[in-house]
Design a protein around this ligand. Structure first.
Ligand SMILES: NC(=O)c1ccc[n+]([C@@H]2O[C@H](COP(=O)([O-])OP(=O)(O)OC[C@H]3O[C@@H](n4cnc5c(N)ncnc54)[C@H](OP(=O)(O)O)[C@@H]3O)[C@@H](O)[C@H]2O)c1
Length: 323
């Protein structure tokens, strides 16, 4: 196949072309698999119970009374999986549990825990679960600042909370449940990070750095447990219309670039067991491809400029509101 009579430069050009094709294919594969995942249930009527059969009957979702976590819990319940909901507010937990039980024929359990006190929260979760085995662990809880800020503008305690919640909770929750899954030879862990893990993101710097930790930690953990039978997924959404993205009014309108949590979770759950590293939503797969291809110095400038615009608009709208 390799023609040695061709000039040296042609060989180099061919190698370059193959590398480009590989990179494009690897990046677009995300979107392709998500689309295949979406179409699968139309051809396989048993698809809806496949997660239950593959992993088991109980899932635990952190940060499950709002946004992506709540929608993810509903999607799992739709597939016959019982749900343990973990958040800070007992009233919201009871209401969400009631909504899930009314809509789907599953059991729920609620646990009040605050992951800013991460060790205490994980101890509470373990204690309240007792002997109940968790088959699917969704480490979704996350925190960001209300709008883009420079480091010294962020209160110290908020920085500590963001680090504890975004990195500590994922790490200690995995540590608490993975050995048990390994013993059973099955189970799934979903660690939710963010598209901001791809490059440093000025003015959301602490948040993006914690999400880069989640990506790195998840990849390392997957290798450590590669022969255990446990599926370990890194789920990195781009913007989803939730409370967390409310600082940008444009992101409070659902569309194919910024889906609502329900639409996002519908796609994201379908990737579980199919993709180990994904944005979880078809158009986010394309966004991920573009951002990933960007040289870091361009991505940093672009991200900083975008955040400066979001920050200016947010501050102006607050001023108008206060007048
Ligand atoms: N929305 C986006 O555009 C976006 C993009 C990329 C990645 N993500 C990631 O996706 C995940 C979910 O985000 P979201 O937008 O769905 O968030 P959200 O709408 O703000 O919901 C956060 C959930 O976490 C709970 N929570 C907050 N602080 C907590 C704490 N200290 N301890 C326990 N529970 C706590 C909240 O309930 P209580 O307040 O009742 O505790 C709520 O149920 C996060 O990891 C986030 O970083 C989001």
């Amino acid at each position: 196949m390799w023609n040695l009579t061709l000039p040296y430069s042609t060989h180099l050009a061919l190698i370059g072309l193959m590398v480009v094709i590989y990179i494009i294919f690897e990046a677009l594969w995300n979107s392709i698999v998500i689309i295949i995942a979406i179409l699968t249930p139309f051809f396989n009527p048993n698809e809806d119970t496949s997660l239950l059969k593959k992993f088991g009957p109980w899932a635990l979702v952190t940060g499950s009374t709002d946004g992506i976590g709540k929608a993810y819990a509903f999607e799992l319940a739709k597939r016959g999986i019982n749900i343990v909901l973990v958040s800070r507010n007992e009233e919201k937990l009871k209401k969400t549990a009631e909504e899930i039980e009314n809509k789907h024929l599953v059991k729920t359990k609620i646990i009040v825990a605050d992951f800013s006190q991460v060790q205490k929260a994980v101890d509470t979760v373990k204690e309240k679960l007792g002997t109940l085995k968790i088959d699917i662990l969704v480490n979704n809880v996350g925190k960001n600042y209300d709008y883009p800020l420079y480091l010294t503008e962020i209160p110290e305690n908020l920085i500590v909370d963001i680090i504890n919640i975004n990195t500590g909770a994922v790490t200690l929750m995995c540590r608490a449940f993975i050995e048990d899954m390994k013993k059973r030879g099955k189970g799934a862990i979903v660690n939710v990070s963010s598209g901001s893990e791809l490059h440093p993101l000025p003015l959301m710097n602490v948040y993006a750095a914690t999400k880069a930790y989640v990506k790195s930690f998840t990849a390392g953990l997957r290798y450590e447990y590669r022969n255990s039978g446990v599926t370990i997924q890194h789920l990195a959404p781009f913007f989803v219309n939730t409370n967390m993205s409310a600082f940008v009014p444009m992101f409070q309108r659902n569309n194919f670039i910024v889906p609502n949590a329900e639409n996002y979770a519908k796609f994201a759950v379908m990737t579980l067991g199919k993709l180990t590293d994904t944005s979880g939503f078809w158009s986010h797969g394309i966004q991920r491809f573009i951002v990933k291809m960007c040289p870091t110095w361009i991505a940093i400038r672009g991200g900083a400029n975008l955040n400066k615009i979001f920050r200016r608009d947010y501050i102006n709208s607050r001023k108008k509101f206060d007048e």
